[in-house]
Design a protein around this ligand. Sequence first.
Ligand code: PBG
Length: 328
Amino acid sequence: MNAGFPVSRPRRLRRTPAMRRLMAGVRLHPAQLVLPMFVKEGISEPQPVVSMPGVVQHSRDSLRKAAHEAVEAGVGGLILFGIPAEKDARGSAGDDPGGIVQRAIADLVADVGDATVLMTDLCLDETADHGHCGLITEGGEVDNDATLERYASIAVAQAAAGAHLVAPSGMMDGQVAAIRAALDGAGFPEVGILAYSAKYASSFYGPFRDAAECAPQFGDRKAYQQDPAGPLGESLREVRLDLAEGADAVMVKPAMSSLDVIRQVRDLVEVPVAAYQVSGEYSMIEAAAANGWLDRDRAVMESLLSIRRAGADLILTYWAVEVARHLR
Ligand code: PBG
């Protein structure tokens, strides 16, 4: 017996940087990071997003340059959000072969081809004038089943432009099945679906609505996105449904306020699990760091490690390029 002193000493494994490096249970790799990018129709210079310092709305040209840089840095993928010059109730730009996302994806296919994974957010909110993720009925509700037809058509347009993966984010019931059937029917069986499966109605999407200019013009998204106080098990139900409908990988969103959900999903499924570190998670850290209230670089790494530790295989993060460079 060693009188009162601890026998088990976890600190042994923390003594030196080399020891901590050897013993690390969680690692980040550039290939696990996906960079969300915004491209706006009709601008010639990138425009800063005020609520997301360091993030811009790209022109088609500046998007190409930034995509090159991201590929150079080794990020695993890019996910594209488009802001069309004209919006209407049906979100017509979404499935127009000349729509901004389709044109931008075609640019990137020509430039970087298969050197990275090109993904598209698949929703109505960025292209619809009302800012909701689905079509609106006369009574002012989001019409689930009518919206599925729009998603199917958008998926085909994005696949035809060259997207490797489409990522439906609108939280309509049955969206994955509708999109899978449309892709297969149009001759795109090889295009995969990364489903935003467990997506909460979150205040942390606030800055994104400036970046993508898609704030709902009335009401909110609570009738289709999940309630943070919703039924326990709801996320797993959504994930199971999406897998049964043909999702190739699933996503949890936001990340840091859903670490428990990421872990539950990781333990449930056999497909890759993505987590989206959303705009508000980015802006919180940037704003606190700008005030000198926390150490920015450490906070960024710690946030990403916590998301990995929760079980995410891939992480969508606005810091993807910076962190990828840091890791190399
Ligand atoms: C919907 C979509 C949103 C985000 C990604 N896809 C906004 C929303 O659901 O309100 C948010 C991403 C972020 O906040 O970084 N197309």
